[in-house]
Design a protein around this ligand. Structure first.
Ligand code: NAD
Length: 425
């Protein structure tokens, strides 16, 4: 029976879950005899929907819908972030959890994949309301999360403070401090040095390696970044430090272009203090669609899913796309980019730096022994470069895109684990 038969989802080709299913279909020819297990990848192991009621500051009662999906736990506990966004759906969280399964296997971390979310606009909540939503959600999903079962982390609109509240709530409920239940925590609560910049750093490191193979010099390269939050801003900063020019930036407040290249450090500080890039003193504000026409060598989509559509892929000038976001490229656009010779470093390897340092954090929490930032970055860079080498080899060997190669490497690891564990009963 095909996965489209899941009664509670209705994926379209461009929806995140539909995109993920199409990516799995493409890898089947490279799975050999493991292909008999492939349906496993098309079904989340466990999906929890929870009601999150809170008393608002004005005395009214508000209800928000929350989710936690554990896609696959064959290789270890579930791992994946929690997203607070008004448009979050179960289907989106399913796709994000599945990409976590693939990502963790692609960089060979001993984790399965999971993801969570709440349908809420956190920008409309007071700090007290945000804390209540976070704590109630954590209690509700407390049934299935834990340091040995499923470990949440930050994602869009969640951060170290939210992880601290989640850790505290879970700890209160189990009666002991359990730092290992979430990662991306503040440093003095068992967080890891380097975690905040890890995803953006991973985007830069895989981008640098891919650019080297393309013969594209970073010095003077023109970079466009969509999404200027945790991932996009750090990646932009590292590219600028390597001599590239960040010529276009887009976030939820608008699009800025600057042919000479932005002062990225100043743009970050403006964006942090003003809640977005709009109003920055240099560069020109243009319409949002203009972003996709800007002449650039490297494009970093680091906002949300489904941004790189077929139409945008046709006119893109970049030679290299670094997927900081999860699922930014729809399958049709993927084909167009491949035909046009544009190299895409897919999300499931490109943005794996965050979960890699999350893994370091979890290991450090268990041993209560913490590493220096230098050690973290050395280990991170080694893992990212090694994983990309491996995937590059697979891609060259079969003449397939880096995305299909990453899925091939990862799905083989996941399905071998599934087969070795066997089905119970
Ligand atoms: P964030 O909340 O820090 O930043 C999100 C950015 O996207 C903001 O600049 C926001 O303004 C922008 N944005 C939102 N809607 C937009 C729109 N419609 N058009 C343009 N820009 C828009 O989130 P983040 O942690 O940087 O995550 C960004 C992406 O990276 C997500 O897809 C996330 O799943 C993925 N990711 C994050 C991590 C991590 O460690 N934070 C790890 C792996 C993948």
């Amino acid at each position: 029976m095909s996965s489209s038969a899941l009664s509670y989802v209705h994926p379209t080709t461009d929806s995140p879950w539909g995109t993920y299913l199409a990516q799995v279909d493409r890898v089947v020819p490279y799975l050999g005899k493991l292909d008999r297990w492939v349906e496993t990848l098309k079904r989340p192991k466990r999906s929890l929907i929870v009601d999150v009621p809170i008393e608002m500051d004005d005395g009214s009662i508000a209800h928000f819908e929350g989710y936690r999906v554990q896609h696959n736990l064959s290789r270890g506990p579930g791992k994946g972030g929690v997203r607070f966004h008004p448009d979050v759906t179960l289907e989106e969280v399913m796709a994000l959890s599945a990409w976590m399964t693939v990502k963790c296997a692609a960089v060979n971390l001993p984790y399965g994949g999971a993801k969570g979310g709440i349908r809420v606009d956190p920008k409309k909540l007071s700090r007290t309301e945000l804390e209540k939503v976070t704590r109630r959600y954590t209690s509700e999903i407390g049934l299935i999360i834990g340091p040995h079962s499923d470990i949440p982390a930050p994602d869009v609109n969640t951060n170290g403070q939210i992880m601290a509240w989640m850790m505290d709530t879970y700890s209160m409920n189990v009666g002991a401090t359990a730092t290992g239940v979430v990662t991306g925590k503040p440093i003095h609560l068992g967080g890891s040095l380097g975690r905040v910049k890890a995803t953006g750093r991973g985007v830069f490191v895989t981008g640098r390696e891919a650019a080297r193979r393309l013969g594209l010099k970073l010095e003077g390269a023109r970079v466009a970044v969509q999404g200027f939050g945790n991932v996009g801003s750090v990646a932009a900063e590292l590219f600028a430090q390597a001599g590239a020019k960040v010529v276009a930036v887009q976030d939820h407040t608008g699009t800025l272009v600057n042919d000479k290249g932005f002062d990225v450090a100043a743009l970050i500080s403006h964006s942090q203090s003003q809640g977005g890039i709009a109003g920055f003193h240099s560069g020109e504000q243009v319409g949002n669609d203009e972003f996709w026409n800007v002449h650039c060598d490297v494009l970093i989509p680091a906002a949300l899913e489904g941004q790189l559509t077929a139409e945008r892929a046709r006119k893109l000038s970049a030679r290299l796309v670094l997927e900081g976001a999860n699922g930014p490229t729809v399958p049709e656009a993927d084909d167009i980019l491949a035909e046009r010779g544009v190299l895409v470093v897919p999300d499931v390897i490109c943005n794996a730096g965050g979960v890699t340092v999350s893994y370091f954090e979890w290991v450090q929490d268990f041993s209560s022994f913490f590493w220096s930032e230098e050690e973290i970055y050395q280990r991170l860079d080694r893992i990212m470069v090694g994983a990309l080498d491996n995937i590059w080899e697979k891609s060259t060997q079969h003449g397939i895109t880096l995305r299909t190669a990453t899925f091939a490497v990862a799905c083989e690891r996941i399905l071998i684990a599934r087969e070795e564990r066997g089905l119970y009963p």
